[in-house]
Design a protein around this ligand. Structure first.
Ligand code: AP5
Length: 182
């Protein structure tokens, strides 16, 4: 099973859900920048407070902050890893290329989970996280389309992109991911 991975997709596509299942089953480190940022917010630090303001608007926090979080974790990682929510723009994607060269651990596959807008809005409103308000969801989706979707082309050209239909039940989506990564 491949174990140097990146999960990509719009908010609510199921990246976090599928990444957790995969990492538990295959003993891979789950590196979710959203979860790591929310951990920082919960400490009440100055950095956390700044990040929380940005996250509550559905904007992206600074590349420097996110990169420093990911770099520290990846460098110390001995088993496989799964990046969830990073990279989110071309600057982060280029930084990741350099970082992975430095640690000599090439990315093996990128899983793109696709989902219809109507489903993702329903899912996120039902979850009710701080940033799951309708206007914020719409902004997160716009930022995904503007800043993150250009990465799809990049990974497609590298021949490592696996496209998965995220509209199905959780276990069905998981089976498709396992098949694509085996
Ligand atoms: P982040 O936490 O990464 O949020 P996101 O990308 O918007 O993703 P979500 O967690 O909303 O969706 P998901 O695809 O993981 O779906 P999930 O499995 O949770 O980022 C939050 C914020 O942090 C960003 O807006 C930004 O401000 C900041 N940030 C993070 N990374 C950054 C970066 N690299 N650079 C700059 N800023 C960054 O599922 C959603 C819901 O649907 C759940 O309730 C789940 O139970 C349900 N569900 C999942 N799958 C299914 C299914 N198949 N059927 C039915 N329900 C399902």
């Amino acid at each position: 099973m491949k174990n140097k991975l990146l999960f990509l997709g719009p908010p609510g596509a199921g990246k976090g859900t599928q990444a957790s299942l995969f990492c538990k089953k295959y003993n891979v480190e789950h590196l979710s920048t959203g979860d790591l940022l929310r951990e920082e917010v919960s400490t009440g630090s100055v950095l956390g407070l700044k990040a929380s303001e940005i996250m509550n608007k559905g904007e992206l926090v600074s590349d420097e902050l996110v990169l420093s979080i990911v770099e520290g974790r990846l460098i110390s990682e001995k088993k496989g890893w799964l990046l969830d929510g990073f990279p989110r723009n071309l600057i982060q994607a280029n930084s990741l290329i350099h970082l992975l060269e430095k640690i000599n651990q090439p990315l093996e596959a990128v899983v793109l989970i696709k989902i219809d807008d109507q489903f993702l809005i329903e899912r996120l409103l039902a979850r009710g996280r701080q940033d799951d308000k309708e206007q914020v969801i719409i902004n997160r989706l716009k930022i995904y389309r503007d800043k993150t979707t250009p990465l799809i082309n990049l990974y497609e050209k590298q021949g490592i992109l696996k496209v998965i239909d995220g509209n199905a039940d959780i276990d069905v989506v998981f089976s498709c991911i396992e098949k694509a990564l085996s």
